[in-house]
Design a protein around this ligand. Sequence first.
Ligand code: SF4
Length: 353
Amino acid sequence: MENHLQRIVNPLLAWYETHRRELPWRRDKDPYHVWVSEIMLQQTRVEAVKKYYVRFIEILPDVQSLSEVPEDRLLKLWEGLGYYSRARNLKRAAERIVRDCGGVFPDTFASLLKLPGVGEYTAGAVASICFDEKVTAVDGNVLRVVARVTGSRENVLLPEVKKQMAAQLLNVLPDNAGTFNEAIMELGETVCLPGGAAKCGECPLSGVCTAHRDGLTSELPVRIKHMKRRQEQRTVFLLMAEDGRIAVEKRPDKGLLAGMYQLPNAEGFLTETEMRAMAEVWGIDVLEIIFIKEAKHAFTHLDWLMKGYQVRVSHSAGEFLWVTPKQLQEQYALPTALKPFAPFPTTAKTAFR
Ligand code: SF4
């Protein structure tokens, strides 16, 4: 199997030379640029990341500026990318680089791995691309290519399988490991696509690929999830005062969507009476409750099933922050999960007066 992977090195490097996409973070090998882009690319598609990356680097051009940015501003810049703990870890890592390393970016796999939010994949990508260290960077795209080329039927979601595949790759890594890592990721992102979408006819590895030869492309890689998703019902309140301002509140500093601003919401699908009781607890006089819509949002291990209501209230009260829709849009990073309910409902259906 190791020898088999050896056969992908030259065709892959030759292909990459002519097929690599021009991406904003590939203009240089600055570790700050590569690091920010790699963190953004976790869980988010390349096309979606481009505009976020360019704006982020314009506003926070280096480790120093990232270490100093207020958290609210950072979360606003990250708004739409989701998984906000990535942004917080970027800032924590920048603070550490400034404090402990005099602002100089760590330049080895081992030292990168110590930064908050940096796992083996990101450390491997930055160390190999920016500092020519001979280490692998194995993400889902790479695992897919390796599993298909070798015809492996192992479950790639198991850590030991991932480890084993990384070790096989390490054995064949050429001196220009960074370019090789970029090349295999690029192939996974643009040619060796998931499911039945692989473009084997355009693939430089089709001559050595076991899955292609044996017609197993849509079956590989094997990915068996054992985790059960949890579902949570929530009632979302778009509390709106007579002057048009909307209530928002900050979520706790730990846990899901930590520290983000949200529309007040409660667990369960509340009845009108329960909503009025909740408003009373908040010290709010309800004038009218209008159903907006239902929406669903998938987090990593949890789904929120939501019913949202516009609740017109006589005056801003309670321990909320009351903001205009414009302020909500421009200054507060509202989680994507709650965006279907803000700033104004468009599909009101039922009114309780
Ligand atoms: S030949 Fe097809 S399955 Fe094999 S690596 Fe290329 S795109 Fe993937």
